[in-house]
Ligand binder design. Structure first.
Ligand code: X8Z
Ligand code: ZN
Length: 615
């Protein structure tokens, strides 16, 4: 396992979506030279030592984190906390050692870039001082395991988070939805004090590394200043917000029609538990509620197809592998199938939230999922495999470049592949009959179904870190943690909790990435990037039809070009990687907007005369 490399690389005890470790340096490598000003040659040697030792520490930490995440006990928590603390101490020592070369002239491009990665990439830095790293790591481990072991209820019966997540998508009973939402959100409550303390310690750690606060440190990983990055995310949100606003307006109208004004008023925010997802982050599960008659009947439902063809979780993963193989990527290694956790074990506590792992930074790729046979998990499997194929594509890079171009890239690859899961593709793999392929008159439905997941997610993708950035810089204090969360949910998503909240609650803790300490802006970026990648791939494939009907399944040329970008790892600033595959150097909402253009026109027409907006 590696000490923190970048925002993507997570600490040992903090396995998130792509569980990796942080770069490690020994105390000797990190220690300042005894005498004289530092030289470029010393910087080269410092980086080389870091890479060597990081690689060595890596596998050890990753194996412990894996066992902890797939078998939560007091003992594995203890081990994960211990190795996490060791990793953090080394990473911090390393980051501080790297600062010694700040003013050294004549550094090579790579040495300078790697020193920056060492200085900026720690997700949860600990300050100096006896026991700080251990306390931080113990808290971080406890938060993640508390989430993993969390339970809510339905009709008074205890239920795992994983089961509740699925049921939020299928129940259409407002009382049940409210119960599931409320009981699950109680999982955050006991985390509050830990979270407060964790923020104190990690903020202090960030300050010792020269950052104003931990949020600024997180925002420093995008080949631009933290301020420029925050401004970029504002700009990107501005591009796509009009599309979200139309979707919100349309969806609210349909919910009002289905449930009546007592449950869902005609104006104002949407009740958060009615949108088919525990966090109202993706709404595709309630497509049946919003589907317009005729044009909205897309003729098939992926979950139903998977059930009808008796797909198993394993078969879904094999199907995902098949897509990547069709692009020319080598099959997954045997160890992937032996070591992955594809379904939820019956007899022990695990972290069900899906993640992809690269345990030895070479070939020991794994996913960890509690896969259910439904359309959502079909997409999530592709998402996770995208991480694994990325990891393997860059495994020839030096240790500090074993990462994506920026963290949004890592999150976008599998999703871009899943955008190719078109009706025509489903025919190719035998899930759909040829005569079931919806004709052009159903395009609105297909796009609306897709928008309910892709567009609906955007404000959520942004606000999770808006909240954390505020917590880290002190604008949000423990006295208004929950109110600030609820306010941001209203401001960005236009949603409101189904029951009154207070500062006795800690709703952010009910979302995996908060107790899991996984930065979240990456998913916002990925939502836009995946459409940029997809549009570029379709162009490469010579597709001329409507964008959303394009599948690049089986296209080796696309595969080759994709591999070229993935293989760059983190070795170049992200605009270089983006350019290599798409020809542009800008992250932008343009491709997503182009994809949904026909839907936007249609939504505006539907929403005519409605009082859209919520404030
Ligand atoms: O956490 C994930 C992946 C693992 S990186 C399953 N995602 C975000 C979430 O679930 O909140 C993918 C979409 C957004
Ligand atoms: Zn992911």
């Amino acid at each position: 396992m590696r000490l923190i490399v970048s925002t993507l690389a997570l600490g040992v005890a903090l396995a998130g979506c792509t569980a990796k470790d942080e770069p490690v340096a020994s105390a000797s490598a990190a220690a300042p030279a005894a005498q004289g000003p530092a030289t470029a040659a010393e910087a080269d040697a410092f980086v080389a030592a870091a890479e060597k030792e990081g690689m060595e520490f890596g596998e050890y930490g990753a194996r412990i984190a894996w066992v902890n995440s797939t078998y939560i006990t007091d003992d594995t928590d203890w081990l994960a906390a211990k190795v996490g603390a060791e990793g953090t101490e080394l990473a911090v020592k390393y980051a501080k050692g790297a600062a010694r070369f700040d003013k050294v002239a004549g550094l090579s491009f790579d040495t300078k870039r790697k020193l920056d990665i060492l200085k900026q990439g720690i997700v949860l830095p600990a300050p100096a001082g006896e026991g700080a790293a251990q306390e931080l790591s113990t808290i971080a481990t406890r938060l993640q395991s508390t989430y993993g072991k969390g339970r809510g209820t339905l009709n008074g019966n205890p239920m795992s988070g994983n089961d509740l997540e699925a049921l939020m998508g299928t129940s259409r009973n407002p009382a049940e939805l409210k119960e599931m939402w409320t009981s699950w959100h109680a999982v955050g409550k006991p985390m509050r004090q830990d979270y407060v303390r964790m923020v104190e310690i990690a903020n202090q750690g960030a300050k010792e590394l020269g950052f104003s606060d931990l949020g600024a440190m997180w925002r420093s990983n995008y080949d631009m200043s933290p301020e420029e990055f925050a401004a970029l995310t504002d700009k990107l949100w501005g591009e796509v917000k009009p599309l979200y606003d139309e979707l919100h307006c349309f969806t609210r109208g349909k919910l009002n029609a289905k449930y009546g004004a007592v449950v869902q008023p005609k104006t104002g925010p949407i009740r958060a538990d009615l949108l088919g997802n525990m966090w109202a982050q993706e709404w595709g599960s309630i497509y049946d509620v919003v589907a317009p008659k005729g044009a909205g009947d897309v003729g098939y439902d992926l979950t139903a197809l998977l059930e009808a063809k008796k797909y198993t979780p394993l078969k879904i993963v094999q199907t995902g592998e098949g897509f990547f193989s069709s692009l020319g990527f080598a099959p997954l290694p045997k160890t992937f199938w032996d070591r992955s956790m594809i379904t939820k074990p019956a007899d022990r506590e695990v972290v069900c939230h899906a993640s992809a792992w690269d345990v030895d930074n070479k070939e020991d790729l794994r996913i960890k999922m509690c896969t259910k046979v439904n359309g959502n998990d079909f997409v999530t499997v592709h998402h996770e495999l995208g991480h694994n194929y990325y990891q393997r594509a860059y495994n020839q890079q030096p240790y500090l470049y074993l990462n994506s171009a920026n963290d949004g890239f890592h999150e976008a690859i599998g999703d871009m592949v899943a955008l190719s899961v078109t009706p025509e593709y489903l025919v190719q793999i035998g899930l759909l009959n040829k005569n079931q392929v919806p004709d052009a008159s159903k395009d609105t439905g297909l796009l609306l179904r897709q928008a309910m997941d892709k567009v609906a997610f955007l404000p959520f993708g942004l606000l999770v870190d808006r909240w954390r950035w505020g917590v880290f810089n002190g604008e949000i204090t423990p006295a208004n943690y929950n109110q600030a969360w609820t306010d941001l949910r209203l401001q960005y998503q236009g949603i409101t909790p189904p029951v009154a909240r207070s500062e006795a609650d800690f709703d952010p803790g009910a979302k995996f990435h908060v107790p899991g300490n996984t930065p979240y802006t990456r998913y916002f970026l990925a939502r836009l990037l995946q459409f940029q990648f997809y549009e570029a791939a379709c162009k490469q494939a010579g597709w001329t039809g409507p964008l959303h009907r394009c599948s690049f399944y089986g296209n080796k040329e696309v595969g080759q070009k994709l591999n070229a970008m993935l293989a760059m790892g983190a070795s170049k600033p992200w605009p270089d990687a983006l350019e290599a595959f798409t020809g542009t150097r800008e992250m932008s909402g343009k491709s997503m907007i182009a994809y949904f253009q026909p839907l936007m026109t249609w939504l505006k027409e539907q929403n005519k005369g409605q009082q859209c907006g919520w404030q």
